[in-house]
Write a protein that binds this ligand. Structure first.
Ligand code: NAP
Ligand code: GDD
Length: 321
């Protein structure tokens, strides 16, 4: 039974990836950091099938010890401080986890077993103030947040260890991907949650920042498949994963509210507090390499994604109400 080691297993992507790896017959070892409360909501349904271990990307010793003990053949490094606004308030912590944490994991691989295949969760946020439209593996980076800067480091250290030490280290440059398991502070989930609250008369308005920002939004369940495919290739590489379509926050609101028979204009209030010191205005991917080389394809389109998220929040909040 191949062993896969997943950091950030209790995050959005970790939960979908764990489901996929279990279906493919892996033993799944998931790393979580120590907390005074359990934070396993997204993986509750998998707890009897996966092995949960404690470790932290801040702590080199914990990574070395865990790899020595569990001897994985594949590592998916999904853990990060992943919320962009927090990266301006906690820039050094973001760099320590999201950038240097990658080096710590690569060092652990180098010392314990250089044959381990490594996936790094890189991000379209690295393209920032985009220098080319659409963005591909060859588009130069121009990050616009401490998070984006940290991800550029993580991407390049992955390539550097591939070239310096011949590690099988792949970097997936994933565009925004969402789901009913998305954290509540990210804009899509903030919208789907608010739509359900307003419809169920639990809230009266939704306060948002920049409605004109455009993102290439896909479904997280489709994207974890691409992560796995990257580690099954003969050679490691970098791959852009996205839908090739872009939509504004405003469009997301329009479809989400309309799905429950409401007009977003009556409920959405723009609020300065949610604007960013530097914005990423437009992201749109060119995923042709992944389609050609990995044979990767989407199953869920934009409208299906929005309605799936609203339906899930309606269901959850109806029960709560
Ligand atoms: P997420 O839901 O925020 O999950 C992040 C995970 O990292 C959580 O499990 C978190 O654990 C863990 N973590 C944070 N700091 C840690 C530390 N010091 N040591 C160990 N674990 C730590 O993020 P996601 O949406 O699943 O994204 C997964 C990865 O893909 C992230 O690296 C993200 O930056 C990247 N990415 C995401 C997207 C997207 O659109 N979702 C796009 C491109 C790239 P706690 O629960 O304890 O906080
Ligand atoms: N979070 C949030 N809250 N965003 C808002 C709001 C609001 O109230 N109002 C408008 N927005 C706009 C933001 O300004 C941004 O342009 C866009 O909505 C998307 O914001 P997020 O959903 O927070 O995601 P992100 O694009 O900043 O980052 C996500 O995607 C990256 C990939 O490009 C995260 O998942 C990152 O971890 C990931 O790397």
């Amino acid at each position: 039974m191949p062993v896969a080691f997943v950091t950030g297993i209790n995050g959005q992507d970790g939960s979908y990836l764990a489901e996929l790896l279990l279906k493919k017959g892996y033993k799944v070892v998931g790393m979580v950091r120590r907390s005074s409360t359990m934070n396993y909501e997204r993986i509750e349904h998998l707890m009897d099938q996966i092995t949960i271990v404690q470790g932290d990307l801040h702590d080199q010793g914990s990574l070395l010890g865990l790899l020595e003990e569990h001897r994985p053949s594949e590592i998916y490094n999904l853990a990060a401080q992943s919320f962009v606004p927090t990266s301006w308030n906690q820039p050094a912590l973001t760099g320590d986890i999201t950038a240097l944490g990658v080096t710590r994991m690569l060092e652990a691989i180098r010392f314990i077993d250089p044959k381990i295949r490594f996936y790094q969760a890189s991000s379209s946020e690295m393209f920032g103030k985009v220098l080319e439209v659409p963005q591909s593996e060859n588009t130069p980076f121009y990050p616009r947040s401490p998070y984006g800067v940290a991800k550029v480091y993580g991407h390049w250290i992955t390539i550097n260890y591939r070239e310096s030490f011949n590690l099988f280290a792949a970097s997936g440059i994933l565009f925004n991907h969402e789901s009913p398991r998305r954290g509540l502070e990210f804009v899509t989930r903030k919208i789907s949650d608010a739509v359900a609250r307003i419809k169920l008369e639990l809230a009266k308005e939704l306060r948002l920042g920049n409605l004109e920002a455009q993102r290439d939004w896909g479904f997280a369940g489709d994207y974890v498949e691409a992560m796995w495919l990257m580690l099954q290739q003969a050679e490691p590489d970098n791959y852009v994963i996205g839908t090739g379509e872009s939509h504004s926050v405003r469009e997301f609101c329009e479809i989400a509210f309309a799905h429950v028979g409401l007009d977003y204009k009556q409920y959405v209030v723009q609020d300065e507090r949610f604007y960013r010191p530097a914005e990423v205005d437009l992201l749109i991917s060119d995923p042709s390499l992944a389609k050609k080389k990995l044979g990767w394809n989407l199953k869920v389109d934009f409208k299906q994604l929005v309605t799936m998220m609203v339906d899930a929040d309606m269901k959850r909040l109806r029960v709560k109400k």
